[in-house]
Design a protein. Structure first.
Length: 186
């Protein structure tokens, strides 16, 4: 009937499964591992801080972190490490460091330290001595408005009011908790 014989079926090979890389965990360890994935962990916070430090710029001797971006991944479940709390902390740090850098730059200008044609000697060609910081701008022009007169509320004015109040309340709660811990420890 058949002119061509059927193809032979390869025999099943018996390979031993690879052993798990980690030892089996207890139920409690598995629960904590899942919680770390969902709610974050303290090691993730340290990695984030290291990432911010790597992308920070040295402006007039002050290490200024990049301006944080508003989070879009809040789950609204009251996490211990809420992204809005981290955003508030990072934004306040950015504002503080930016103000320190601006003050340091102003102090350097008043001391006569300058760049480019400000410190170039006689006979120096202008194209060699010119710096983009000569106009007082430079990297400062990429910063948003003067932060000297900006209070904390204006720093978050583009954040919805409900989230702003949530951040303010969370900050008060954390401060109260720290004070309670220090009075208990003392």
């Amino acid at each position: 009937m058949l002119k061509k014989p059927l193809a032979e079926v390869q025999p099943l090979s018996h390979t031993t499964p690879e052993p798990p890389q980690e030892a089996p965990k207890t139920q409690k360890e598995e629960t904590f591992a899942k919680a770390r994935i969902i709610f974050g962990s303290t090691t993730a916070l340290e990695e984030r801080k290291q990432e911010i430090m790597k992308s920070s710029q040295n402006v007039a001797g002050v290490l200024v972190p990049p301006r944080p971006e508003e989070p879009d991944n809040c789950c609204m479940s009251g996490c211990v490490n809420c992204v809005w709390d981290m955003y508030r902390d990072e934004m306040e740090e950015w504002a503080e460091k930016s103000a320190q850098a601006r003050a340091a730059m102003q102090a350097q200008r008043q001391e006569g330290k300058g760049t480019g044609s400000m410190v170039a000697g006689e006979g120096m060609p202008s194209h060699v001595a010119t710096s983009m910081d000569d106009d007082g701008g430079g990297s400062e022009t990429n910063w948003d408005g003067g932060l000297e007169d900006v209070d904390r509320d204006k720093l978050f004015e583009d954040v919805p009011v409900g989230i702003r109040e949530f951040m303010r309340t969370e900050k008060k709660l954390k401060l109260a908790q720290k004070q309670a811990e220090t009075t208990t420890a003392a």
